[in-house]
Design a protein around this ligand. Structure first.
Ligand code: ZN
Length: 81
């Protein structure tokens, strides 16, 4: 390995803010950090859908989608007269 050109490797703790799992990784970052999702709880690995109603922004979006769908159906009925 050539000297003086490689960044320093630090071992930091990564915490998943969704499930609370912790991992120790080698990185150039110097302090511990959090990730919003990890392989322990991500739907791609668990095969289960997350409860999206817990996340308020997503809940609001789903609510808006429902309203839009209702409006679309109302409009479609109105045009068929
Ligand atoms: Zn996780």
């Amino acid at each position: 390995m050539k000297k003086g050109i490689h960044p320093k490797t630090n071992y930091v703790t990564v915490t998943c803010s969704n499930c609370g799992a912790t991992y120790t990784i080698g990185t150039t970052l110097s302090s511990d950090f959090q990730v919003p999702v990890c392989y322990n709880c991500h739907p791609a690995w668990t095969g289960k859908a997350r409860d999206l109603t817990r996340v308020s922004q997503v809940a609001k979006f789903l609510e808006r989608q429902k309203k839009a769908q209702a409006l679309r159906e109302q409009k479609a009925k109105g045009n068929k007269k």
